[in-house]
Design a protein around this ligand. Structure first.
Ligand SMILES: *[C@@H]1O[C@H](CO)[C@@H](O)[C@H](O)[C@H]1NC(C)=O
Ligand SMILES: *[C@@H]1O[C@H](CO)[C@@H](O)[C@H](O)[C@H]1NC(C)=O
Ligand SMILES: *[C@@H]1O[C@H](CO)[C@@H](O)[C@H](O)[C@H]1NC(C)=O
Ligand SMILES: *[C@@H]1O[C@H](CO)[C@@H](O)[C@H](O)[C@H]1NC(C)=O
Ligand SMILES: *[C@@H]1O[C@H](CO)[C@@H](O)[C@H](O)[C@H]1NC(C)=O
Ligand SMILES: *[C@@H]1O[C@H](CO)[C@@H](O)[C@H](O)[C@H]1NC(C)=O
Length: 416
């Protein structure tokens, strides 16, 4: 009895009544909620003093949008598994900053930091499986640290971090399932770049490069679901990962001009691909995708498509974007037998007449043809009335009246 008893009772009370949340909420200034430590948006210039060095219940630290420049030794408690410090101008991370977390921290997210060398402190993160660094001018990649982090890393994001060449240390990332990486002066990727992650990598995004072709290294990836190249000079798609069952392929803001090539390279993915995004390329016609059985989304906006005959005839298609193309007509067969099509965007095209083949689009819910200044509606299109009046969102005008007004109010007086 006595002191020990009451101390135990107090501990029990804290555990039960305060259910962990307040009990080991480690920073006086930051509230805790459902195991999260809420330090974001508080104008902090450093992490506040610790009230306990052990945070066994509150394990997710959110400290985004502050003015933190330094993570010092002793500023983090034990057992944290997730830290997000986006939008903090971090310049220094002390060598022992992560000492208490070395076997607990799994995820670390940083952006708009100012350190120019990968901190040696990362060497202590032996269990890190997710690392994301964005908008940080890193000059020294500290290959010793970066290769050591590789053996357990599953998700790695390096966006706008001044990468100039393909990093050799990536060969040590043997468990990687998702990689997002970019760098303006990357003009080539070694053929063996992905060899050590060929059996794990599922999602790959490569942005902002000066590549002119899909790199041959990609061909060896066998388990890729998603492949994305954005902002590049890619025109040659020969080395797509044909042994993978890709469901998403994104090659946007590139230089693809040959529609026959773009269609042919999709053949190995005829049964798996659900989304093909070729927006902002140089295509002059719609690639032939008629053999694709699962394609639901086809993005072709911001190209040079003017060929009226080419079509998007693929049976599972639900979303088609053709806006910002110099297309003036769509031939009768081009958009036909698309029973599932629910959204079509033709904004800012040069379409002059609504295609009569749209009468077969019985599931259309969204149709945008705004900015097609040459569009006229006449009694010849009266057969489109049932389909167009059923569309939930119908955007665009024929001449001085909206399309909806034309079909709802004017077309009934057309001679039958
Ligand atoms: C952030 O800290 C710097 C000094 O380290 C200071 O000059 C600046 O005004 C602070 N910014 C904000 C938004 O508090
Ligand atoms: C942090 O800890 C390391 C190792 O104990 C030590 O070398 C370093 O000087 C410390 N840094 C600061 C700023 O106290
Ligand atoms: C890229 O990072 C730099 C800092 O290194 C930043 O100034 C710039 O705004 C970032 N660019 C974008 C598009 O976020
Ligand atoms: C990284 O990979 C290389 C080549 O496979 C190997 O020699 C090296 O020991 C690895 N480094 C680490 C830190 O695992
Ligand atoms: C690519 O550049 C854009 C715009 O500059 C930037 O927002 C994005 O973060 C970059 N992506 C990568 C992976 O570097
Ligand atoms: C595309 O790349 C492949 C493989 O490098 C090459 O054989 C083919 O000639 C290239 N195609 C064009 C149009 O350059």
């Amino acid at each position: 009895m006595g002191r020990t008893f009451y101390a135990s009772l107090l501990t029990l009370y804290r555990l039960v009544v305060l259910s962990g949340a307040d009990y080991d909420c480690p920073y006086q200034m930051c509230p805790c909620e459902e195991s999260r430590i809420l330090c974001a948006n508080m104008g902090l210039d450093r992490l506040p003093p610790l009230t306990t060095t052990q945070a066994t219940y509150n394990r997710y630290l959110w400290a985004d949008n502050n003015n933190i420049t330094r993570i010092s030794n002793d500023s983090l408690p034990t057992d944290i598994i997730f830290i997000s410090l986006t939008n903090n101008p971090i310049l220094t991370i002390d060598d022992d900053a992560f000492q208490r977390l070395s076997t607990s921290l799994e995820s670390l997210v940083l952006s708009n930091a100012r350190f120019t060398k990968i901190p040696d402190a990362f060497l202590q993160l032996t269990d890190l499986t997710l690392l994301s660094i964005s908008n940080t001018p890193i000059k020294d990649w500290n290959p010793v640290v970066m290769s050591q982090l590789g053996s357990r890393m599953e998700t790695l994001t390096l966006e706008n971090v001044s990468l100039t060449t393909w990093p050799r240390w990536l060969q040590n990332y043997t468990q990687l399932t998702e990689l997002i990486i970019g760098g303006h002066s990357i003009s080539s990727i070694p053929d063996d770049a992905f060899d050590n992650m060929a059996n794990t990598l599922q999602r790959l995004t490569i942005a902002n490069t000066s590549l002119t072709a899909v790199p041959k290294a990609v061909l060896k990836l066998h388990f890729l679901n998603m492949l994305s190249f954005t902002f590049s000079s890619i025109s040659n798609l020969t080395w797509l990962p044909v042994y993978s069952k890709l469901n998403t392929l994104i090659i946007q803001n590139a230089r693809i001009s040959d529609a026959d090539h773009a269609g042919n390279v999709l053949r190995p993915f005829a049964d798996s691909l659900t989304q093909a995004d070729f927006q902002a390329n140089l295509l002059t016609k719609i690639p032939d995708v008629s053999f694709m059985t699962s394609l639901q989304i086809l993005q072709l906006m911001n190209n040079q498509i003017s060929d009226p005959v080419s079509g998007a005839k693929t049976p599972a298609l639900q979303f088609l974007t053709l806006n910002n193309n110099p297309l003036s007509t769509i031939s009768a067969g081009a958009v036909q037998n698309l029973p599932l099509l629910q959204s079509i965007k033709l904004a800012n095209t040069k379409i002059t007449r609504l295609p009569l083949s749209f009468a077969s689009l019985s599931n259309l819910k969204y149709f945008d043809i705004t900015g097609a200044r040459d569009l006229v509606c006449t009694c010849l299109e009266v057969s489109l009335r049932p389909v167009l009046l059923k569309v939930d969102t119908l955007l665009g005008d024929c001449g001085a009246v909206s399309i909806r007004y034309f079909f709802a109010s004017l077309s009934p007086s057309c001679p039958s």
